[in-house]
Design a protein around this ligand. Structure first.
Ligand code: OSB
Ligand code: MG
Length: 369
């Protein structure tokens, strides 16, 4: 495959409502969108790196620099041998920076699949036409505000609710949501590393609420701590931040650190590694679901395709466009009976809307290949 140029575009898109987690509040997404141009196709992807290194060590300005000065030169060195399948190997000498690597592999894969007329779902092995959608609900100023937000999402048809938690916002919101919406509601929580093993007894107080899972209670490098915690609570532990590769997944499962995995392609270096995590988990009988990083339609399209794989058995954080943005960068993803449709067109299967994109663009850097 021959790339003509790669464009790095800084965009700024307001969220429809602030999103608060245990590590910070976002009111907008400022991200880099990558476009890879070949003679016959354009590939698109968005980088998940946020302006601040609070979810993981990567952040926007650092990511742009790594992409430009350390990753793209390694792809240029591949010359005509460049394919999406060779990207990860070429970038492997660069430590970490999974989100920066993922955006390049994904944009190149999109261009490659468009050249050959294959969809992401077809390439990855999706077996479903639609995928069940959950929604991630941020920390709010009051329980009333939370209940109103959850009620709205359930009215729209979301099939599963995930509550963001932190010390001081855990038992009360979970109890209130269970009391108001009943025991049948599929409910889970996400702590984004906000607790320590010393909180085990406190976290066990969530056990009676019959949650589907508790996501990433402890810090990301504490697999042993999660394994200890798993023996002290009955709520299944799901890992997000801790899992950056299929090897991490195998280690965590073998240690008993988790019994469910949140797969985010951006966190693990791309869709190929994400599929390997799916496969490793399936081989161990461990269910997975597709996480999110508040993606625009560009990232969402590929996530929804991945979520169509057979071991994605729990609803994902693959919400509709209007959960995030008043105006998405692609035709909006909409809920249909609580599901999103897996795109079937070549590559990510959705078109980027040029006028909307131009309206949110702060700057563009073009790198000739
Ligand atoms: O931990 O899953 C997370 C958003 C940004 C960073 C981390 C997380 C999240 C979410 C929202 O929970 C997922 C989404 O709707 O895209
Ligand atoms: Mg999470």
């Amino acid at each position: 495959m021959k790339i003509e140029n790669i464009e790095l575009r800084r965009v700024h898109i307001p969220l429809v409502r602030p999103f608060r987690t245990s590590f910070g509040t976002s009111i907008a997404r400022e991200i880099t969108i990558v476009r890879v141009k070949t003679a016959d196709a354009e590939g698109w992807a968005e980088c998940a790196a946020d302006t601040r290194p609070l979810y993981s060590s990567e952040f926007l300005d650092g990511s742009d620099l790594v992409i430009r000065d350390h990753l793209i030169p390694r792809l240029q060195a591949l010359g005509d041998r460049l394919t999406a399948e060779r990207v990860a190997g070429a970038l492997e000498p660069v430590k970490g920076h999974t989100m920066s690597k993922a955006v390049l592999e994904t944009a190149i894969l999109d261009a490659q699949l468009k050249e050959t007329g294959v969809s992401f779902g077809g390439y990855l092995g999706a077996v479903h036409d639609t995928v069940p959608a959950g929604v991630s609900v941020g920390i709010m100023d009051s329980i009333d505000e939370l209940l109103e937000a959850v009620a709205g999402y359930l009215e729209e048809g979301y099939l599963r609710i995930k509550l963001k938690i932190e010390p001081g916002w855990d038992l009360e919101p979970v109890r209130a949501v269970r009391e108001r919406f009943g025991d049948e509601l599929l409910l889970q929580v996400d702590a984004n590393t906000a607790y320590t093993l010393a909180d085990a007894r406190h976290l066990a107080r969530l056990d009676p609420f019959d949650l589907l899972l508790m996501e990433q209670p402890l810090t990301e490098d504490d697999l042993l701590g999660h394994a200890h915690l798993a023996r002290r609570i009955t709520t299944p532990i799901c890992l997000d931040e801790s899992i950056e590769s299929a090897r991490d997944a195998a280690t965590a499962i073998t240690l008993g650190a988790c019994s469910i995995i949140n797969v985010k392609p951006s966190r693990v270096g791309g869709y190929l590694e994400a599929r390997r995590i799916h496969d490793v988990a399936a081989a161990h009988g461990v269910p997975v679901w597709c996480g999110g990083m508040l993606e625009t339609g560009i990232g969402r399209a590929a996530n929804v395709a991945l979520a169509g794989l057979p071991n994605f058995v729990l609803p994902g954080d693959t919400s509709a466009s209007n959960r995030y943005y008043a105006e998405d960068l692609t035709a909006p993803f909409v809920l249909e009976n609580g599901h999103l449709r897996v795109p079937t067109g070549p590559g990510i299967g959705v078109e980027v809307l040029p006028d909307v994109l131009a309206g949110v663009t702060a700057s563009v850097t073009e790198i000739r290949f």
